[in-house]
Ligand binder design. Structure first.
Ligand SMILES: [Zn+2]
Length: 261
């Protein structure tokens, strides 16, 4: 069973499904996306428009639609793909009613929370999210951990993760430029797994899988990046089938006690 633990909702959803078909993925964890849904971003103007939206989405007043609306829309959209596409709900860290938001994600029938953005200099805002995941048991939390997340944020995050041993945390993008810190810190934590989408380049990925083959899970960040990219990197690594199987699905299945065959 091949699982891509990090993709975004596309418009149409067939964009995602055909990529999964092409690359042999059985399941994917789907985060909502207020900005890019697979539209062609070719020109500088397109890019500035999309990235401008991203920047706005990272601020408190960024999103026009309520979090609940976004989550219900995602759950509804993914219903026809039960068993293949597993929605992750959006949470607004600046909203004081975080527990209520998290509960509404569970009530909407979503499988996890993420991609959580906005932790730069605000890691403490994650506490109620991890506390909720702890009470829910195996309720995954996907956290965006490359730019603008800094080294200090990453260490504060790992300190916080250590306080919630039953929570289930996915450290996104292998910690970005701070991948060495991320790998050294994940070593002592059983409640944390590393996503490889948007990894800086081949070297960090190769080091990560060599050092911690049981803690690394395949992610692509589609449609921001292509599923083919990290698959090509894996194929260049001369991994035995067992290790490849672990990275491509078994690690996250074990980590989440995932029984959605
Ligand atoms: Zn993403």
């Amino acid at each position: 069973m091949r699982i891509d633990i990090h993709v975004h909702d596309t418009e149409p959803i067939e964009l995602l499904l055909s990529s999964m078909e092409r690359n042999g993925f059985d399941q994917a964890f789907v985060c909502s996306s207020a900005v890019a849904k697979g539209e062609k971003v070719r020109s500088l103007a397109d890019a500035k428009a999309v990235l401008g939206n991203v920047a706005r989405a990272q601020t408190a007043e960024g999103s026009k639609r309520s979090v609940q609306e976004v989550n219900l829309a995602l759950a509804e959209k993914l219903t026809p793909y039960a068993g293949r596409l597993f929605g992750f709900g959006k949470v607004d860290l600046y909203d004081r009613e975080i527990e209520a938001q998290m509960q509404s994600i569970v009530d909407a029938g979503l499988y996890g929370v993420g991609e959580i953005i906005g932790i730069h200099e605000h890691v403490d805002l994650l506490r109620p999210v991890l506390s909720f995941s702890q009470t829910q048991g195996s309720f995954p939390v996907f956290i965006h951990c490359d730019f603008p997340v800094e080294k200090e944020d990453l260490h504060a995050l790992f300190d916080l993760i250590g306080e919630y041993p039953v929570a289930r945390v996915i450290v996104g993008h292998l910690g970005g430029n701070h991948w060495i810190d991320a790998l050294e810190r994940v070593a002592d934590l059983d409640n944390c797994i590393i996503d490889i989408s948007e990894v800086v380049n081949y070297v960090p990925l190769s080091v990560a899988i060599t050092e911690y083959p049981e803690k690394i899970a395949f992610g692509s960040d589609f449609p921001w990046d292509l599923q083919e990219v990290n698959l090509a990197r894996l194929n260049q690594m001369d991994l035995d089938d067992k290790t490849k199987g672990h990275v491509l699905g078994q690690n996250v299945q074990r980590f989440l006690e995932w029984n959605h065959e």
